[in-house]
Ligand binder design. Structure first.
Ligand code: GLV
Ligand code: MN
Ligand code: MN
Length: 412
């Protein structure tokens, strides 16, 4: 039976991990950064060395393919992929696995001269982690990028997307040209680590994703009054940070109580202004993220949180402004793709279970233009978005072989 080369895949995963690699393990490789651009150049070289066509689109997405000469509706391609950008202090597998396993699968099929009716392609999507806006490259490819917003897209540290892309040799204003022609993608399958504990704890080697989370982010800014931190009586202070902290704790409880059991929330960005110990904070700024599988529940939570923010502000004598930043829609995976993955598991004698992805993925954008699905493999200790994120090398090889057989079935 045809199978991938696990040593070649491992060697590529370990090599890619060196771009932006951190001394204590893990990687910091944000999209468009120098280590990212070096990794892109390396990846293009690997794709070409594997005997595949390689190209980059105006949104910076990297592609490798077997005999297709670009996307067109005449010969729709079966596509796989993921991303090679990482969160700050992230792990070596989130995204990298799906890209390098896709490359390994295409190389294996090419070398074995295995027949497939439809062309096969692998993508490395730009800025999946959303330093400048979540799932950027796949949004551009799927035609859902709001081009009017490109000029104002910026990272939380203020760096603008247009500047970051220009430094890497891209014109952000042309990202819309990455849109794929209608009907150009016959199906999409993405291999990824689970990033949570469910598969490992259940002792099941393969997860077949049935649905993917929606993520909403808003900036919540509480504005009070700067004052002397020693001389201002406690009851007269209008502290922007304490209002933000009060809101964060209450919003957390609200989401747990009203989120239908599967909604989660996080405050990963907090700014205090002016940010010195002897001034009562004039301003507390938060980025409030909420996630869940159901769009209506998320909508209702967002409304409740908006009124909570007003109540907290009123009680603490400060002002509040709530600005929505982004909202990705929850997506369902296609039954046809789930069946192809389960068929691949049966061929390989591997157990599987269907499960929901609480992490966002490019596959949710692809789901809007084609039949999309995802394969998960267990994450050690359920750890992800941290430097010690890992999976067993055997689990990685199993996942890549499931991807191989699923892609062959969809391209047959
Ligand atoms: C992607 O990593 C996400 O934030 O879900
Ligand atoms: Mn991630
Ligand atoms: Mn990822």
């Amino acid at each position: 039976m045809i199978a991938i080369d696990p040593a070649r895949l491992r060697s590529r995963v370990e090599t890619l991990a060196r771009f932006g690699g951190l001394p204590g393990g893990g990687v910091t490789r944000p999209c468009w950064s120098p280590p990212y651009e070096e990794a892109r150049a390396w990846l293009l070289g690997e794709i070409r060395a594997a005997g595949l066509e390689a190209w980059v689109d105006p949104a910076g997405n990297v592609f490798g393919a077997t005999g297709m000469g670009g996307f067109g509706a005449e010969r729709p391609a079966v596509l796989t992929g993921s991303h090679i950008d990482t969160v700050p202090e992230g792990g070596i597998l989130d995204g990298a696995l799906g890209v390098l396993a896709g490359l390994e699968v295409l190389q294996t099929i090419r070398e074995a001269k295995t027949a497939h009716r439809l062309p096969l392609a692998v993508a490395a999507w730009s800025d999946e982690e959303g330093r400048y806006g979540s799932l950027f490259g796949s949004r551009a490819f799927c035609g859902t990028l709001d081009l009017l917003r490109v000029e104002e897209m910026a990272a939380v540290d203020g760096e603008r997307l247009v500047d970051a892309m220009a430094r890497a040799g891209f014109d952000a204003r042309r990202s819309g040209e990455a849109k794929a022609p209608a009907g150009a993608v016959a199906a999409y399958v993405e291999l990824h680590i689970e990033q949570g504990p469910r598969l490992e704890e259940a002792g099941i080697p393969i997860g077949v994703v049935d649905s993917i989370v929606g993520v909403r982010r808003s900036r919540v800014v509480f504005t009070g009054q700067a004052d002397h931190a020693g001389t201002t009586p406690m009851e007269r202070r209008r502290d922007g940070f304490l209002a933000a902290a009060d809101y964060a704790l209450k919003a957390r409880d609200l989401v747990v109580k009203h989120g239908g059991g599967r909604s989660v929330t996080n405050f990963g960005v907090v700014h205090v202004h002016p940010g010195v110990s002897n001034i009562v904070p004039a301003r507390g700024e938060l980025v409030h993220e909420m996630r869940g599988p159901d769009a209506k529940t998320l909508e209702a939570l967002a409304r409740r949180c908006a009124s909570l923010a007003s109540r907290v502000a009123r009680r603490r004598g400060v002002g509040v402004e709530l600005r929505p930043m982004s909202a990705t829609a929850p997506a369902l995976c296609a039954e046809r793709v789930q069946a192809a993955i389960e068929g691949a598991c049966a061929t390989l004698g591997l157990g599987s279970t269907r499960l929901y992805s609480a992490a966002g993925h490019d596959a949710q954008n692809l789901a809007a233009i084609t039949d999309a699905g995802m394969i998960f493999i267990p994450s050690k200790g359920g750890r992800s978005h941290r430097v010690d994120e890992m999976s067993d090398w055997d689990a990685i090889a199993r996942g890549a072989n499931v991807l191989l057989h699923a892609l062959l079935a969809l391209a047959a």
